[in-house]
Design a binder for this molecule. Structure first.
Ligand SMILES: C[S@@+](CC[C@H](N)C(=O)[O-])C[C@H]1O[C@@H](n2cnc3c(N)ncnc32)[C@H](O)[C@@H]1O
Length: 386
C-alpha cells in the first residue's frame, strides 16, 4: 500500500472485534481495537473499499488534525484557522457531528455549533458568503471528537451512516440496525455451509444481511452515495475499480435462507425490503407462527430477535419465551439457535442451557446474544455421544 494515512471505523459496542477481523481481511494495517471504534491505516483505495465492503462499520473517519482546546473560543479559533474554502466547495452543504467527554466540554451539540460557526465564518471571511448547513443529508461531514482537552478533527468519508444500506425503505416494530444484524450473523461463526433461518424476521433485516454475506454482495452495493465522492481529491476511476473488483466476488450460495413472522404486516414489509435487495430468489419468506415452522433438516443456524416485552402483557411474553424453548426442542434438533434479547429473565424461560453469551447493544439497550445448541434427548446424552 502506498500513501497510507490513519483512519477510524466507528461501530456499535460489542462489534469491535468483528470489525477488526473484517478490516484485517481487507488488508488494513496497524489495526487497533478501541471502544465502539477500530483504528487502522490504509490508502485511498482501502478507504473506498472499507466504505463499500465493511458490514459492521457505521462510518469511516479520516482524522486530519488534533489540537488542544479547553474552551469554546479555543475550539472556534483552531477550527477557523483551517482553510475550509479550499477543502470543500461553497455550493456544497455541510454538517458537524461532535462527541465530547471530560471536564472541558459537556454539550456535544454546543461544540458542534461552535465548529459550524467557525467553518461558516472562515468561508465568509475569504469568499464573502458561506455554504449552507444540511444536518440530514450534507455533502461534507465534519467530525469532532473531544476527550478532555484533546480535540480530533476528522472528515467523514462515509457521509450518511453505513447502516443505511439502501434496501430498507420501510420497517415494522423494533427493527434491528443493519450493522447489528450483520454483526450478529458474523458472531454466529456461520460459514455459509448450512441453511439459515429467522422465524421472527420482522422487517427482514437479519435474513437480508445473512443473504448478502452468503452471496458476498458488498454491504454498500445498494447505496447511491458516500461522503468521499464529494471530496476535492475524489478519484472516480479508483472508485469504479474498487466496485468492479468487489462486485466480481458475488457468488452463488448452495443452501437456503428462510424468513418468517406471524404478522402479515411484518411479512409484507420484509417482502418489499427483500425485493429492494434483489434477494427474492434467495430468501424463502412466509407468514407463520414460530411454533408451526417446520425447518429444513439440520444442521442449520437460527437467529431470532423476539419482542422483549414492549407492548406485550407479562403473561404473553412469558408464554412466548416458553414457546420458543418448546419449539426449539421439538422442531429444531441439530440447529444452533441464537437469540438476542435485553431481558435475561426472559432468556431463562427458554429452558435450554446456553453454550455462549455475548454482550451486544441494540441502540442504547444492553442485550445478550445467546447460543443454544439444540440436540435430541438430554444434554447428558449429547455430551456422552461426542
Ligand atoms: C423485535 S421484532 C423483530 C425485528 C427484526 N429483527 C427486524 O430487524 O425487523 C420481533 C418480531 O417477532 C414477531 N413475533 C412475535 N411472536 C411471534 C411468533 N409467535 N411467531 C412468529 N413471529 C413472532 C413479531 O411479529 C415481530 O415482527
Amino acid at each position: 500500500m502506498k500513501n497510507t494515512f490513519p483512519l477510524v471505523a466507528k461501530t456499535m459496542a460489542g462489534l469491535e472485534q468483528v470489525l477488526a477481523e473484517e478490516l484485517a481481511q481487507l488488508g488494513a494495517e496497524n489495526i487497533n481495537v478501541l471502544h465502539r471504534a477500530v483504528s487502522f491505516e490504509g490508502d485511498k483505495e482501502l478507504m473506498y473499499r472499507a466504505n463499500y465492503c465493511l458490514r459492521t462499520a457505521l462510518r469511516i473517519l479520516k482524522p486530519v488534525s488534533s489540537f488542544v482546546a479547553r474552551d469554546e473560543q479555543m475550539l472556534y479559533d483552531k477550527i477557523f484557522s483551517v482553510k475550509w474554502h479550499e477543502i470543500f466547495d461553497i455550493s456544497d452543504t455541510f454538517a458537524v457531528d461532535a462527541v465530547v467527554s471530560g471536564k472541558y466540554f459537556t454539550h456535544s451539540q454546543y461544540a458542534a455549533l461552535k465548529v459550524k460557526d467557525a467553518v461558516a465564518d472562515e468561508f465568509r471571511s475569504r469568499l464573502g458568503a458561506r455554504p449552507s448547513v444540511d444536518v440530514e443529508n450534507p455533502n461534507f461531514r465534519i467530525n469532532i471528537h473531544i476527550e478532555n482537552d484533546k480535540v480530533t478533527l476528522s472528515y467523514d468519508s462515509s457521509g450518511e451512516s453505513l447502516h443505511k444500506r439502501g434496501y430498507r425503505k420501510a420497517v415494522d416494530k423494533a427493527p434491528v440496525n443493519e450493522v447489528l444484524a450483520a454483526g450478529l450473523v458474523k458472531l454466529t461463526g456461520w460459514k455459509y455451509d448450512c441453511n439459515f433461518i429467522d422465524c421472527m424476521c420482522g422487517s427482514g433485516t437479519i435474513p437480508i444481511e445473512a443473504a448478502m454475506q452468503a452471496l458476498a454482495i458488498p454491504a454498500g452495493y445498494f447505496r447511491k452515495n458516500f461522503g468521499f465522492q464529494y471530496w476535492s481529491d475524489f478519484d472516480k476511476k479508483l472508485w469504479e475499480k474498487v466496485q468492479c473488483e468487489e462486485n466480481d466476488k458475488i457468488r452463488d450460495f448452495d443452501y437456503c435462507i428462510y424468513a418468517s413472522d406471524h404478522s402479515s404486516k411484518a411479512v409484507s414489509i420484509a417482502r418489499s425490503n427483500i425485493q429492494n435487495a434483489h434477494l427474492s430468489h434467495d430468501i424463502i419468506l412466509s407468514k407463520c407462527d414460530m411454533q408451526d415452522v417446520m425447518p429444513p433438516e439440520s444442521p442449520g443456524i437460527m437467529i431470532i430477535n423476539p419482542p422483549y416485552g414492549e407492548r406485550l402483557e407479562e403473561d404473553d411474553i412469558v408464554s412466548l419465551y416458553r414457546m420458543i424453548g418448546d419449539t426449539l426442542k421439538k422442531n429444531f434438533a441439530g440447529y444452533q439457535a441464537w437469540i438476542i434479547s435485553s431481558d435475561n429473565r426472559l432468556l431463562k424461560l427458554v429452558g435450554l442451557k446456553p453454550s455462549k453469551k455475548i454482550e451486544v447493544y441494540n441502540g442504547p439497550l444492553e442485550c445478550r446474544f445467546v447460543k443454544f445448541e439444540v440436540f435430541k434427548g438430554t444434554y447428558k446424552d449429547m455430551k456422552s455421544s461426542q
